[in-house]
Design a protein around this ligand. Structure first.
Ligand code: FE
Length: 305
């Protein structure tokens, strides 16, 4: 079955583009790759022209999600499957393809009304390699895509059916946070060796759709340095260092200028579809990921070596 192959790009609507530019470059280490004619800010993290496009629409939420496929045949196959599933698919205009810096795309809404795009042929610039404004080792992207997103959806089963049976993604695992018998359930999906490119849970419609996006760096030191940089820069750390049960990522979560979180991590395990079997967990973390309020108060000073 044909499938999307990676999370290619993310369009985010923001209210404070100046704060975002500073946060993205000085905290996350993404590269400013210039503005489009309408003011859209492009952020680069590898050879792609951009992986993030920030639009000043004030929503402070995901604006569109771009899933990549290999070529035109794969695009047509997925377009046909979407239409067979009753989804209204619109071919992207040449103008839109130009704005996204891709050869061709289609647009549609996922079951939650989230604007979704499938494209092939991203503009890549091997002549102008990624150069982070920070001293970091770089981001784990390539065939694993830009990272992962976690969305709040209306109905977990509807979205599960759509992303697995229509877009062709595979379930990695579930996290049943209040035990196997009930409570909040999260579903995690992969479409390449990255453990998950997408995860979601049912949330009230009033919440933001985008709960967090994750960037994976190539060295544990980059995570540690960025963790303390957040403290120096006054960027709120929402969950401290920890390691996840399912993808084994060592990470922490900071608050973006839009309010939703950004996970910054290293060391995730990868999925091999020839051997992977769906798993379930009842905790999100092996250790850590505590909110700052749950961290113990400092103890009285003792003699230090
Ligand atoms: Fe995550």
């Amino acid at each position: 079955m044909s499938s999307v192959t990676q999370l290619g790009y993310l369009g985010i609507g923001v209210s404070d583009l100046v704060a975002w530019e500073r946060f993205a470059t000085q905290t996350l280490g993404l590269q400013n790759n210039g503005h489009d004619a309408d003011g859209t800010l492009f952020l680069k993290m590898d050879e792609y022209h951009h992986r993030f496009a920030l639009h000043t629409n004030g929503s402070d939420d995901v604006m569109y999600v771009g899933w990549e496929v290999a070529n035109e045949q794969a695009l047509q196959a997925l377009s046909a499957r979407l239409q067979a599933a009753g989804v209204k698919v619109t071919p992207g205009s040449a103008e839109l393809a130009g704005a996204r810096r891709v050869v061709e795309l289609i647009t549609f809404n996922d079951p939650n009304g989230i604007a979704t795009e499938i494209f092939y042929g991203p503009l890549v610039n091997f002549d102008a390699p990624f150069a982070s404004p920070r001293a970091i080792s770089g981001f784990e992207t390539g065939t694993q895509g830009l990272g992962h997103i976690v969305l709040g959806v209306d109905d977990l089963d509807d979205s599960l059916h759509f992303y697995r049976d229509v877009l062709g993604m595979r379930i990695s695992d579930f996290i049943q946070l209040s035990g196997v018998a009930g409570g909040r359930r999260m579903a995690f999906f992969h479409c390449n060796p990255r453990h998950h490119s997408l995860a979601f849970m049912a949330m009230p419609k009033t919440s933001k759709r985008l709960r967090h996006f994750m960037l994976q760096v190539r060295a544990l030191d980059d995570v540690g340095v960025t963790y303390f940089l957040c403290q120096d820069q006054g960027v709120p750390v929402v969950r401290g260092m920890g390691r996840h049960t399912n993808d084994h990522m060592v990470s922490f979560y900071m608050q973006s200028p839009s309010g939703f979180e950004v996970e910054y991590g290293w060391g995730a395990r990868v999925v091999d579809d020839s051997t992977w079997q769906v798993q379930q967990h009842t905790r999100g973390s092996i250790w850590g990921h505590r909110p700052p309020s749950a961290q113990p108060a400092p103890q009285p000073a003792v003699a230090r070596v």
